[in-house]
Design a protein around this ligand. Structure first.
Ligand code: SIN
Length: 500
């Protein structure tokens, strides 16, 4: 069995031992000011491993969100008028500050999210790379010159920033999901209002602090914090319905994405949506099993299974099923689950009780329907759950219908390429898909046939700032990373006539 934490819940103030204590802000950031909620209400943020209180942030609502939007609107003309080089220089300065504070930023992530320090450091590197990538992209927003079919006509298309962008981000990557929105938005010349996740607001506030430090002007980045429930809904609604906001970028569940989509209808906002997945991970009979196991560990157990691109359905060819399961279990046995700041911890807890209960529900329902537990299967203290492998998945288990978002590896059996492609595609969503094979023809066939936005071939990790990240079907639309700056710009056509 992997090591599970014992006696972790102790209460009291947890000290993250930050070198720069001013990174841990306890106020929201609106129009260049650090402010409290009008109501004076605060939201308690806990360390997800120990449940000790890390700190408090304002529990804001629609009114403060409106002020943030108005501040972003006021800042827009000056920010869009800067040269792209000036914006790039500020983003490079921010990138340097983010790197200089990487260790502290990782510790903040460990505390508020629960992932291990090694994973949090990985996230900080990933997160910062979006700022670096889009600093460079700021100067590459080329338009077009289009030959005209008529004499005396010249056609030019220029790219213009869309305006105020509302950025709604999740807790599973408290830093990276923000930088991959705020990076392209700022590079394009847009100003922003960020709704920080209730579970993990400190990374968003640390980013705002560093942005202020490098001289990003007031109003360009605004961060609103709020508790889950009524205020969270009010903040989201204001961002979606306020006519000043011209663009929404959302990462989160398909369920919430649909609500935001309908709220944005009245003002017909441009949207990008990175929603839920239910990633298939296929191990063909000709695969290199060592590599496939390595890929499955990275893909399934990253962030304790709490990513939209985590493998959710692991399909293994019947000829290699038992061998793969045995090798996977041997690796999982080596995990050390615990407080991410403790030496050697590989995996942390689930972010909250709702997440824990979902994993437990998937495990129990699958077992009831006939699945066997190879390893794990039970909850631990707090919101810890044992890394789990289930084999012999029954017909239509819960993992067929929705992503578990937790450390459950569900191993299905298949016997032909045709059958497994059908199983992979038999869902409403399509974010990521993975497969392992040594057959080049099969690699092309399967990559083309999988109904997903991103495919990993002989790898369990796809995420990089330089590639387009996004899904198809009910996993959403729009792409982040790569040419994601386009999501924050519009094409302006200029037709010049009467030219001699
Ligand atoms: C997500 O889980 O939504 C994002 C994961 C990633 O960027 O790799």
């Amino acid at each position: 069995m992997p090591q599970m934490p014992q006696g972790i819940i102790k209460g009291g103030q947890d000290d993250l031992k930050l070198s720069s204590k001013e990174l841990l802000r306890n106020q929201a950031y609106i129009n260049g000011q650090w402010v409290d909620a009008k109501s004076g209400k605060k939201l308690e943020v806990i360390n997800k491993a120990t449940h000790a209180v890390i700190g408090h942030v304002p529990d804001m609502a629609g009114e403060e969100t409106k002020s943030a939007i108005e501040a972003a609107h006021a800042a827009f003309p000056a920010w869009r008028s800067k040269t792209s080089k000036e914006r790039a220089d500020l983003l490079y300065a921010l990138y340097a500050e983010l790197n200089a504070n990487a260790e502290d930023l990782a510790k903040i992530i460990v505390g508020e999210n629960g992932k291990s320090l090694a994973e949090a450091k990985g996230e900080v590197g990933y997160s910062n790379s979006f700022i670096q990538w889009f600093a460079a992209e700021a100067q590459r927003t080329y338009g077009h010159v289009i030959p005209a079919p008529l004499p005396g006509v010249r056609n030019v298309v220029v790219k213009q920033p869309i305006g105020v962008a509302g950025l709604i981000t999740p807790w599973n990557f408290p830093a990276a999901m923000i930088t991959r929105k705020v990076g392209p938005a700022l590079a394009a010349g847009c100003t922003t209002v960020i709704k920080a996740p209730a579970e993990t607001p400190f990374s968003a506030l640390a980013l705002a602090h560093l942005a202020e430090k490098v001289g990003i002007p007031k109003g360009v980045i605004n961060v609103v914090t709020c508790a889950k429930g009524e205020n969270e809904a009010a903040v989201g609604k204001e961002i979606c319905e306020n006519p000043i906001v011209k663009k929404i970028s959302f990462t989160g569940s398909t369920r919430v994405g649909k609500i935001l989509f309908s709220q944005c209808a009245s003002t017909l906002k441009k949207m990008s949506m990175e929603l839920g997945g239910n990633a298939p991970f296929v191990v063909f009979e000709d695969a290199d099993l060592e590599k496939a196991v390595e890929g499955a560990i990275a893909c399934k157990f990253r962030a304790s299974g709490q990513t939209c691109v985590c493998a959710n359905r692991i399909y293994v060819h019947e000829k290699v099923y038992h061998e793969f399961a045995k090798k996977l279990a041997a690796k999982v046995e080596g995990f050390k689950v615990g407080n991410g700041l403790e030496q050697g911890t590989t995996h942390g807890p689930l972010v909250n009780q709702v997440g824990l209960e979902k994993v437990e529900g998937h495990v129990n329902d699958s077992i009831k329907a006939g699945a066997k537990v190879l390893i794990g299967g039970k909850r631990g203290e707090g919101t810890f759950f044992e890394p789990t492998i289930l084999t012999d998945l029954p017909h239509k288990p819960p993992t067929d219908y929705e992503e578990t978002f937790g450390p459950l590896a569900a191993l299905y059996k298949f016997n032909s390429e045709e059958q497994v492609i059908k199983m992979c595609n038999d869902v409403d969503v399509g974010l990521a898909g993975y497969f392992f094979t040594n057959d080049l023809n099969r690699a092309w066939r399967v990559a083309e046939a999988m109904e997903v936005g991103m495919t990993g071939i002989n790898t369990g990790i796809l995420s990089q700032a330089s590639v387009p990240f996004g899904g198809v079907k009910e996993s959403g639309f729009g792409r982040e990373g790569f040419k994601g700056i386009e999501e924050y710009m519009t094409d302006k056509l200029m037709v010049y006539g009467g030219i001699n």
